[in-house]
Each structure stands twice: as structure tokens, then as C-alpha cells.
Design a protein around this ligand. Structure first.
Ligand code: XUL
Ligand code: CO
Length: 438
């Protein structure tokens, strides 16, 4: 096979923090044990097909700039098959244990659904060969229910029943091939499941339809014996004005309302959290508190650009806080750190794809080591535990157990007159504490 990455070693090695080689890891050392597990197993890094192998790097003001010499732009099956070879070459060199794809990233859409399915089957056979040869696994599969014009007004929430049926058939196939490839999970991201104006929208009916759609997917998953989790990926807007899966709390409420909670976990993406007006840590904690934190789409936005820029994560403060939540929940099981991130339009050479992933992997490796050190140090947790210590007394226990009335609490507090001064929240001290470890 042609070497499409000349100058890039067959394997990106761990060079250590002193390395000045841009094609070496400075911190990600897959076999190094942190908190009882090798880094590889903690982080479960995944490369996304859509941004890394199928994104021409266009923006609303200009055409794509990406130089991808393996891609002839023909949209042919042959081109798609060649792309699988390059994708696995890339992932092998990087040492990424997982990847993720939409159906339409890997195989071209045909003129009919049957033709699209046939194309997909042909590519899946090749993907399977590559997986077997390299040991690289599918973190999750998904269906692209947002690019084709038929989905302009939604897929599972389309006002038009035939569009709903088409989307259902497409998802059925995408789950089937995910299962065929031994995928560890399957993701639903509702790109156009929302609205641009409420003037033309029956919101309640659309939500009912979305729930029906997901229930049918659960039934199908059971019927074929696919045991991986389904993930919902929250995002508040873009491309729609409002997306129904807007944030973790909204997703959990929707799943609970429609009896779907036990069948889904959440896939939390940093830039989506930002768009929802939340910190990533907030979204992770909301999901973890519900026992529903499944996986993360690791990226970051630009604070000066109010859109989903999907940049590679390089901020160690961010990765530290992600890893604090993930370590505290006991680590990933089926999920992983999936780089739903793209290089900048200005970074158009193939080697930029390596720099980007190496940087993201190193940033998460550092976040992991730092979070582990903070947890082992114990002061942060001890502070939080102490802050709530009054709840561990007799009264707190009775309130938490639902054994008190408002009247009981009035009888308790009246004789005290008022509450004495509460202790300081010590935000600055804790921020300084985190910085000790960075
Ligand atoms: C879009 C996005 C998607 C999902 C998969 O913002 O994050 O790529 O991750 O459909
Ligand atoms: Co994503």
C-alpha cells in the first residue's frame, strides 16, 4: 500500500516528558499503570471516522482545504475501501485501540436505500478484516440522520411519516453492522431532532415519535442479541435552534418520561456542554449521578467562537476535571475517550492529524495522572466530605431518610433562634489546591 504518511513512524512511541519530537507521546504511555490499571484501559482512546477521514475541512465561508491524497473525491465504493486501509494504517501507527463511525462516513450513500445498504455491507466486510488483523475495535457505530436533504426537517421527529420510516430502516441497518463488527456501543445523536421555529412544530407529537423510534431500536437490539449500550449524545442546538436532547438533564428527563432510562446511557461531548451553557464537568456529574455516564466525545470549543468548533482538547485543567469524575465513577466500562474533534481548516496536511491526536491523548494522559494524584492526596474529597458533615448527624440522617416533617424542623430550629455563621466555601483555596498538581 502507498505510504500516505511519509515521515511518520509505523508506531508513535512514548518518548517521555523530555521528548521534543512532535511525533512522540510525552505522557501517554499505554502500559503504565495509573490507579491500578494501564493507561490504555483507563482512556480507551477512539478515533472518529467522520472528522479524521471524511471531513474536507470546509467552513461556511469557504471550501475544503484538506489534502487527503488517498481520497479521489469520487464517492465511489473503491474510494471508500481505500479509505478503510488508510484509516487503519493511521490508527495502528497512533496506537488507538478504538474507532467510531456513522454509516455514511464509511460507505457512500447510493440512489436507493438498498444500494446504500449494499455499499455499507461491502465496506463493513473490509472493516472487519482490518479489525481482525489489528485488534482495533469499534467503540460505537451510529447512523447519519442529518446530512441528506430528506432529513432537513428531522428524522425520527420529521413531520413526514415516510422520512421516519426511512430513518428507522437506516438505524436498523446501522445497529446490525455495529453488532456485526462487535461494536462496544451504539450512539444516537439527534442532529436535526428539534426545530427551527415553533410556528410549524408540534413539539409533543415529535417527542412522542422520537420515543417510539428509540423503543423500536431497543426492541431490535434485543432481537439480534446486541448487548452493548445505547448512548444518547446531548447537544442543545446547531444545526437546529433547539435540539430535544439539549443537555444531560433534558435527556435524562426525556428517557425517564418515556420509560427508556434503563436502556440508555449518555455520551457527553465537551463542546456540546459549552453550547448548553454548562461546564463539561457539570454534564459529566449530572450523567454520573444518574448512573448514566457511558462515554465521552472529547474535544473543546473556542471561548471566542460561539459554535461547535470541535477542536482537539489540549487544556489540562479540562482533562483533569473530566478524569476526576470518570475515576470517581470507577472508570469506563463500555465507553471511552472518543476524539470527536477536527483539525483546523488551516491544518490541512495529513501529518496534522497525528499532531492533533497525539496532543489530545497526551492531554488526557496528563489529566488522568493529575486526577489520580488529587484523589490519592485526598484533601479535595476530605474538604467536600467535611462540608456536608452536619448531614451525618442524627437530624441530617432523619431528613435524608424521609422521617421528618416541616413541623419537626420548625420545632427543632425555633429554640435556636437563628443559624450560626456557616463555614467558608473556600473556593479560592481549592482552586489553588488543584493548581498544586498541574
Ligand atoms: C455533532 C456530533 C456528532 C455525534 C455523532 O456535533 O457530535 O458527530 O458525535 O453523530
Ligand atoms: Co459528538
Amino acid at each position: 500500500m502507498t505510504d500516505y504518511f511519509p515521515g511518520v513512524p509505523r508506531r508513535i512511541e512514548y518518548g517521555g516528558p523530555q521528548s521534543r519530537n512532535p511525533l512522540e507521546f510525552k505522557h501517554y504511555n499505554p502500559d503504565e499503570v495509573v490507579a491500578g490499571r494501564p493507561m490504555r484501559d483507563h482512556l480507551r482512546f477512539s478515533v472518529v471516522y467522520w472528522h479524521t477521514f471524511s471531513n474536507p475541512l470546509a467552513d461556511p465561508f469557504g471550501v475544503g482545504t484538506a489534502l487527503r491524497p488517498w481520497d479521489d473525491g469520487s464517492g465511489s465504493l473503491e474510494n471508500a475501501l481505500r479509505k478503510t486501509d488508510v484509516a487503519f494504517d493511521f490508527m495502528e501507527r497512533l496506537g488507538a485501540p478504538f474507532y467510531a463511525f456513522h454509516d455514511r462516513d464509511v460507505a457512500p450513500e447510493g440512489k436507493t436505500l438498498a444500494e446504500s445498504n449494499k455499499n455499507l455491507d461491502a465496506v463493513v466486510a473490509r472493516l472487519k478484516e482490518h479489525q481482525q488483523r489489528t485488534g482495533i475495535r469499534l467503540l460505537w457505530g451510529t447512523a447519519n440522520l442529518f446530512s441528506n436533504p430528506r432529513y432537513a426537517q428531522g428524522a425520527a421527529t420529521s413531520p413526514y411519516v415516510d422520512v421516519f420510516a426511512f430513518a428507522a430502516a437506516q438505524v436498523r441497518k446501522a445497529i446490525e453492522v455495529t453488532h456485526e463488527l462487535g461494536g462496544a456501543g451504539y450512539t444516537f445523536w439527534g442532529g436535526r431532532e428539534g426545530y427551527s421555529t415553533l410556528l410549524n412544530t408540534n413539539m409533543k407529537r415529535e417527542l412522542d415519535h422520537l420515543a417510539r423510534f428509540l423503543h423500536m431500536a431497543v426492541d431490535y437490539k434485543k432481537s439480534i442479541g446486541f448487548n452493548g449500550p445505547f448512548y444518547i449524545e446531548p447537544k442543545p442546538k446547531e444545526p437546529t435552534k433547539h435540539q430535544y436532547d439539549s443537555d444531560a438533564a433534558a435527556c435524562l428527563n426525556f428517557l425517564r418520561e418515556y420509560g427508556l432510562l434503563e436502556h440508555f446511557k449518555l455520551n457527553i461531548e465537551t463542546n456540546h456542554a459549552t453550547l448548553a451553557g454548562h461546564e463539561m464537568q457539570h454534564e459529566l456529574e449530572v450523567a454520573a449521578a444518574a448512573g448514566a455516564l457511558g462515554s465521552i466525545d472529547a474535544n473543546t470549543g473556542d471561548p471566542l467562537l460561539g459554535w461547535d468548533t470541535d477542536q482537539f482538547p489540549t487544556d489540562i485543567y479540562l482533562t483533569t476535571r473530566c478524569m476526576l469524575v470518570i475515576l470517581k465513577m470507577g472508570g469506563f466500562t463500555t465507553g471511552g475517550v472518543n476524539f470527536d474533534a477536527k483539525v483546523r481548516r488551516e491544518s490541512f496536511e495529513p501529518v496534522d492529524l497525528f499532531h492533533a491526536h497525539i496532543g489530545g491523548m497526551d492531554a488526557f494522559a496528563r489529566g488522568l495522572k493529575i486526577a489520580d494524584a488529587i484523589l490519592r492526596d485526598g484533601r479535595l474529597d476530605a474538604f467536600v466530605r467535611q462540608r456536608y458533615a452536619s448531614w451525618d448527624g442524627e437530624l441530617g440522617r432523619r431528613i435524608e431518610a424521609g422521617q421528618t416533617t416541616l413541623g419537626d424542623l420548625e420545632a427543632y430550629i425555633l429554640p435556636k433562634g437563628d443559624v450560626p455563621q456557616c463555614p467558608s466555601g473556600r473556593q479560592e483555596m481549592l482552586e489553588n489546591l488543584i493548581n498544586e498538581f498541574l
